[in-house]
Ligand binder design. Structure first.
Ligand code: CMC
Length: 379
């Protein structure tokens, strides 16, 4: 679908730049499919490992296929000592910066770093999915003056993440929550970070570079940073009774309510419901039901904006869930990134498979043909 010469689509809104078999999103119905499978079925019945297989291989795995992928994930949980040393050097940075730098550093130790074949890209994506968990958790330990925790091969991907973060075996319910959260974040079409990763892949650069691009793009508050902002917002609101005043003042000031709105959805983000109910249950169990109550009252006062297509998105309840799991706010975006690595990998595989350099145009609106004045003659 081309763009007429001279027609500008700021933010590339509504522009199709390629075809994809990764995700189907119907923004008006609030429908999301990964490789044809409904997100609700995957969130309720599947596992992150199974979804990773689905995304990277295009079909649901047999038990044997799943076992092979699962072993690869478990076998790649270690980090080269040099990468841990780099993490120690930059331990005071934001965890997203550490993740970006750590992934970049890992390319120096990856035996297939420069191999852009589909098989090698898939293998690297699987390695990075595991190694990224180790970067985030090692950094979190190191910055607290603790030593990184070795992976536990008996735990699944989500459970091992929580274990390496805290040093304590998580409860099944906590593991399940993280697992669902990773599934919900694992792929989402041509979002800003996946698009950015594809732009990098389209120059025939390597997967590590593309994932670094994705991490950098995800970091912003309009994309992956929203969950972190939602929790800060809930703390500012403080009480469900203040939600109405908060929403009115924020919107009157021309600011946005974090966790609401989406470039594609004009109905509720289908991913939100899976974290809403879990945030409620977890809040009650932890004796902190007020976070859920504050968010629900904000959701209620935002109802009039539904006619503008503004509904809650995936990040709205994610922040509360992480907070209730005892995870600090600056790890919320890295957690999104950990879930998204299979999606970024798939997007890059698609790009490599049928590559065309992504290179749009900007319409020049500056001055023309100015006379060059030597520096000593300038005023
Ligand atoms: N609060 C208040 N008003 C909003 C919001 C919001 N969260 N989102 C959109 N609007 C308004 C916006 O001001 C505009 O109003 P008007 O037409 O009067 O100017 C209208 O809705 C359309 O907005 P838009 O800017 O065209 O929408 P967009 O597609 O450019 O922005 C967005 C999408 C996600 C950047 C935006 O909704 C936003 O800033 N939301 C808050 C941040 C957030 O929660 N991001 C996480 C997105 S989901 C996770 C992910 O996949 O990244």
């Amino acid at each position: 679908m081309g763009t007429e010469a001279g027609e500008i689509h700021r933010g590339l809104k509504g522009v199709y730049f390629d075809t994809s078999e990764a995700s189907f999103i119907d923004g008006s119905l609030g429908k999301l499919l990964y490789r044809g499978y409904n997100i609700h079925d995957l969130a309720e019945q599947s596992t992150f490992e199974e979804v990773t297989y689905l995304l990277l291989y295009g079909h649901l795995p047999t038990e044997r296929e799943l076992e092979t992928l699962d072993s690869s994930l478990r076998d790649n949980r270690g980090l080269p000592e040099e990468v841990v040393d780099i993490i120690r050097l930059i331990k005071n940075c934001h965890p997203m910066d550490v993740l970006r730098t750590g992934i970049s550093a890992l390319s120096a130790f990856d035996p297939e770093a420069e191999d852009k074949s589909i098989d090698a890209t898939r293998r690297k994506g699987i390695r990075l999915t595991s190694q990224a968990v180790s970067i985030v958790t090692a950094h979190h330990r190191i910055r607290q003056g603790l030593e990184p925790v070795n992976a536990d091969p008996s735990l699944n991907h989500a459970g091992n993440f929580l274990y390496m973060l805290t040093g304590q075996k998580p409860m099944d319910q906590e593991t399940n929550l993280m697992d669902v959260d990773f599934i919900l974040h694992s792929e989402h079409g041509s979002n800003a970070s996946a698009f950015a990763a594809r732009v990098t892949a389209s120059t025939l650069s390597d997967l590590h570079s593309a994932v670094v691009t994705g991490v950098g793009t995800l970091k912003g508050p309009l994309h992956g940073g929203a969950a972190e902002s939602v929790m800060k917002m809930a703390q500012d609101i403080g009480d469900p009774a203040n939600a109405e005043n908060y929403a009115r003042t924020t919107i009157e000031n021309g600011e946005r309510i974090m966790g609401f709105g989406h470039r594609v959805y004009r109905a509720e983000d289908p991913r939100a419901r899976h974290l809403r109910e879990r945030a409620r249950v977890l809040g009650e169990q932890k004796g902190e039901p007020h976070w859920f109550q504050i968010l629900m009252s904000l959701q209620e006062v935002m109802k009039p904006y539904q006619n503008k297509g503004i509904y809650v998105n995936v990040d709205f309840f994610a922040g509360a869930v992480y907070h209730l799991l005892g995870i600090p706010e600056d790890l919320f975006i890295p957690i999104f990134a950990l879930g998204r690595i299979p999606g970024w990998t798939l997007q890059c595989m698609e790009q490599y498979e049928n590559n065309v350099l992504i290179r749009p145009l900007t319409q020049y609106t500056g001055e023309m043909d100015l006379e060059y004045i030597a520096i000593d003659k300038r005023e």
